[in-house]
Write a new protein. Structure first.
Lengths: 177, 170
């Protein structure tokens, strides 16, 4: 009789635990695990957003550990992130950009007014290359190893905590590989 | 009193108007990607169109994660619909389109998740729960039966006397 009485209470307790864990994890649930991790970067060759006609191709991502940041001038959270990227570039981190679905004039204006942390930024006007990278919410940041493999994906703006606690240690580790 | 009320009301009214104004302005300013102008998706072949509709219902929009590609108004959903249409028109099969999406966005893009080690709980979980519940129920019924086979189903001598007493009094 007593055991029967306890059963609903135990089930209720387990449910509470489940829901609390779910709520605490809720902010990460939107992050879709990328199937691209451990795979070579998707191939592309695009013009850059710079004034001089230049191309940026996936081949250039081989040889060095680098970041690839997907950004756009219309993206509000890219604003929050941009200062962090400027800071990271000053630390000597190699950052490439893919400018996603943006007017070229807007992209140039953005880089002129906010600083340009990118070695090169590809201009992906129709977002087709973004699809190959599995982009679903700008900004997104990928860590690329020396062999040109994607090793980590960060969805949403990179904050200083993400940079210092996740990305920089990973870059150091990959550089040692 | 009346003046204060009136004042209070007019403050509310003005703040309501201001709020509406800001809502309208923010709608105008809403940020979003500006790409090339979009043409409607048109099909010549009925079969291709059917495949397109079927796939767009099966594929999840990664932005509005509880909507499929057909339902979603997100910019990305539109891009992905166009990609699906383009691939199908080129003669690629539905499976090829699905593989293309899974390669880029993972199994998450499928509304119907594949049966794998990672999804075993998802697929087998309900059956495990059902069998567990069935088992628990049968055991309970059995336990009740054995309990009833004892003295509880028949009246004891004392109870019989009591019953007779009640009946006689009536």
């Amino acid at each position: 009789m007593k055991k029967q009485f306890m059963m609903p209470l135990i089930i209720f307790g387990l449910l509470v635990v489940l829901l609390v864990v779910g709520l605490m994890k809720a902010q990460y649930i939107r992050d879709v695990p990328s199937p691209l991790i451990g795979k070579p970067v998707p191939q592309f060759s695009l013009p850059t957003v710079g004034q001089q006609p230049q191309t940026f191709s996936s081949e250039e991502l081989k040889g060095e550990v680098s970041l690839v940041n997907i950004w756009a001038s219309w993206c509000v959270s890219c604003r929050a992130e941009h200062e962090i990227l400027n800071h990271a570039a000053k630390l000597g981190i190699k950052i490439y950009g893919i400018n996603y679905k943006d007017e070229i004039a807007d992209a140039r204006h953005w880089l002129q007014t906010r600083g340009d942390p990118y070695l090169k930024s590809a201009h992906d006007l129709d977002g087709r290359i973004g699809i190959d990278w599995g982009v679903y919410g700008v900004p997104e940041t990928f860590v690329i190893d020396k062999k040109g493999m994607i090793r980590y994906k960060h969805t949403g703006p990179v904050y200083i905590d993400d940079l210092e606690n996740k990305i920089i240690p990973l870059i150091k580790q990959l550089e040692a590989e | 009193m009346n003046v204060i009320m009136k004042n209070h009301l007019s403050v509310r009214f003005v703040s309501y108007i201001v709020l509406c104004f800001f809502c309208l302005v923010s709608l105008q300013l809403q940020a979003g990607p500006r790409g090339a102008p979009k043409e409607p998706i048109v099909f010549q072949d009925q079969q291709v169109e059917d495949d397109y509709l079927e796939l767009s219902e099966e594929l999840r929009c990664l932005v509005c994660q509880n909507q499929n590609l057909i339902d979603s108004n997100a910019e990305l959903a539109d891009d992905l619909r166009r990609e699906v249409a383009k691939m199908l028109k080129k003669g690629q099969s539905k499976e090829q389109v699905k593989d293309f999406m899974v390669d880029r966005y993972g199994d998450f893009v499928l509304y119907n998740p594949p049966f794998k080690a990672q999804t075993i709980l998802l697929w087998a979980g309900p059956f495990v729960l059902m069998f567990w519940a069935l088992f628990a129920m049968l055991r309970k019924i059995k336990a009740n039966k054995t309990e009833n086979n004892g003295d509880s189903s028949e009246l004891s001598e004392q109870e019989k006397e009591k019953l007779q007493a009640i009946l006689r009094n009536k």
